[in-house]
Design a protein around this ligand. Sequence first.
Ligand code: ATP
Length: 269
Amino acid sequence: MAVTEQKPFLQIQGVQKQFGTRVILEHIDVEVQRGEFVAIVGRSGCGKSTLLRMIAGLEQPSGGQIELAQRSADPVATTSSATLRQYTRKRSKLARQPQTARPNTRFLFQEARLLPWKTVLDNVRLGIPDKSREHAGEALRLVGLADREKEWPAILSGGQRQRVALARALASHPDLLLLDEPLGALDALTRIEMQKLIERLWIEQGLTVVLVTHDVSEAVALADRVLLIEEGHVALDLRITLDRPRERDSGFAHFENVILHRLLQYSES
Ligand SMILES: Nc1ncnc2c1ncn2[C@@H]1O[C@H](COP(=O)(O)OP(=O)(O)OP(=O)(O)O)[C@@H](O)[C@H]1O
């Protein structure tokens, strides 16, 4: 009998988070399907990064639970009982590991966080368990920096550093990519170029992406769904039904307005 995947790729159920007595997130219920691109928006301090950190396993919820499916490469859907036993052993081994970042996720921050004393290639190698030069080189090709392998991070532009960070994140072929305002510090043109790169890689690599952004336009440009967090809840879960690649036309503006209107509604209330 074939074992089929029933659950969503990422399931956030009744998650609550407080720091001391301050409740930041009251009750978050979200399901993300494998391959979806979800953006999270909301006013500053509403808990977007905290939610992302909890998805990564870098922070523990105060209540509720977050479940993540195993790697797509894992033999979940198989009829072989030997492979299933192997899989079960692997799962229990994983379950015994300390709860740091989950094994099949990669996190990208607003700062590239490269090691200045390592070359571009060696920074990317850090993202790969076996430190393979070949895989690191492939990842750099994906982000258009194959010719910068031997250079030091200090001589790269901000956008190029973020490309290296993206290559480092992709080098281990993650299933889930968590992006916390990764383009926030870039100029408008570089930002749009990086958005296109992220969209292309998301499609080519079959990734599932959760992006936290302040930029409503960026959320509409990239996401299948935009979640707006307000007062500790998901106040809006909007499916962006525009074709890709997205043009900044009246349809685009319509979705931007729906989200902005909702954001402003809260800030005025
Ligand atoms: N480790 C922590 N200890 C105490 N309070 C924290 C901690 N981490 C976050 N907070 C608080 O939780 C709230 C939400 O923070 P978070 O960074 O998740 O918000 P955000 O929506 O991502 O904000 P921004 O858009 O400004 O980045 C803030 O009030 C913040 O000060």
